[in-house]
Design a protein around this ligand. Structure first.
Ligand code: ADP
Length: 301
């Protein structure tokens, strides 16, 4: 098969591993910087160009779209979809997963356990909103933050109010969330491929840090997840519509709570901690599923 990895940097661990896994399995693979793709929006004849060359003949793409370039990245994925190329994750699902609130709303509608979460527009509603979420401390999150940036712990209701007021003043979209103290800076990342959890790791924030993100100095190790956690992760992936994703969960006193679904999960931490060939599993998924015009939403929406 001819596979394109849509990635800005061929030297990144995840990109390299995907290329290596595809080549090992006998595929032709190219890394394409999607920000350098440009498109013709012509009726019935969608096309993509890259450094002056028309991109044709691909059977599948693996999008690795960074959060800061979601808009353009999703447009490129959509264009491939309209050309009938199979995308490991559909453009619509990628966009969906990038908005934390939208994701939580979709999961809540289907009864997936989540930390109690509130969202408001008017500063006058902040006090009531915090009361709904519970007592301080509370977690405040920017809707489009990643890698733990924009996730804050407010120790008191007063502190929460002033932080939220400040962000609202800056026109930033934020949500406020129940703080799951018993997680003690630990979360579980489940890597889902084709509807199944194929690897899991536990991430522990460094001393004094409630965020467990590896980019914030957290450490990863192997964990045995429960059948319930496994089922919830697979279900969350299905609800958001992602074939490949990382589902993050906290272990709370009232069961596993999903906090995030990530459409471009890093492979280094999870492959190292779990010893699993995640890149190989993604390529295998393509081998089993890639057919022309398989995109369910056909790039709509
Ligand atoms: P990001 O997308 O920036 O990683 P997350 O929502 O995943 O943002 O939060 C970052 C980290 O903060 C999580 O991995 C988790 O360790 C911690 N965290 C997030 N929400 C809560 C919460 N409600 N209670 C306790 N810890 C939390």
């Amino acid at each position: 098969m001819k596979i394109a990895v849509l990635s800005r940097n061929p030297r990144l661990y995840s990109t390299r591993r995907l290329v290596e896994a595809a080549e090992q399995r006998g595929h032709e693979v190219r890394v394409i910087d999607f920000l350098r793709c440009y498109m013709d929006i012509i009726a019935h004849q969608p096309r993509i160009f890259y450094h002056g060359e028309e991109l044709t003949g691909f059977n599948a793409i693996i999008p690795r779209i960074g959060a800061s370039v979601t808009f353009y990245g999703a447009a490129v994925v959509r264009q491939f979809e309209m050309m009938g190329v199979f995308s490991v994750n559909e453009s619509v699902a990628i966009t969906r997963s990038r908005d934390k609130l939208r994701c939580l709303q979709l999961l809540a509608r289907r009864g997936v356990g989540l930390p109690v979460t509130g969202f408001a527009h008017a500063p006058e509603d902040i006090k009531n909103l915090i009361r709904h979420v519970g007592s301080a401390p509370v977690v405040i999150k920017l809707l489009e933050g990643t890698q733990g940036v924009g996730v804050m712990l407010a120790e008191t209701a007063k502190a929460a109010e002033s932080v939220m007021e400040a962000f609202m003043g800056l026109k930033a979209n934020i949500m406020v969330q129940e703080y799951i103290r018993e997680a003690r800076g630990m979360d579980i990342r489940c890597l889902v491929v084709g509807g199944k959890v194929i690897a899991a790791m536990r991430r522990q924030g460094r001393e004094g840090e409630f965020r467990s993100n590896l980019h914030r100095g957290g450490s990863a190790s192997l964990i045995r997840i429960t059948p319930e956690e496994r089922a919830i992760a697979a279900r969350a992936a299905r609800i958001i519509g992602l074939n490949v994703c990382g589902v993050d969960m906290l272990r709370s006193n009232h069961g596993p709570l999903v906090i995030e679904v990530n459409s471009s999960p890093g492979l280094e931490g999870i492959e190292t901690a779990s010893g699993k060939d995640v890149a190989g599993a993604i390529v295998e998924f393509i081998e089993n599923k890639a057919r022309p015009h398989r995109t369910r939403t056909r790039g709509k929406g």
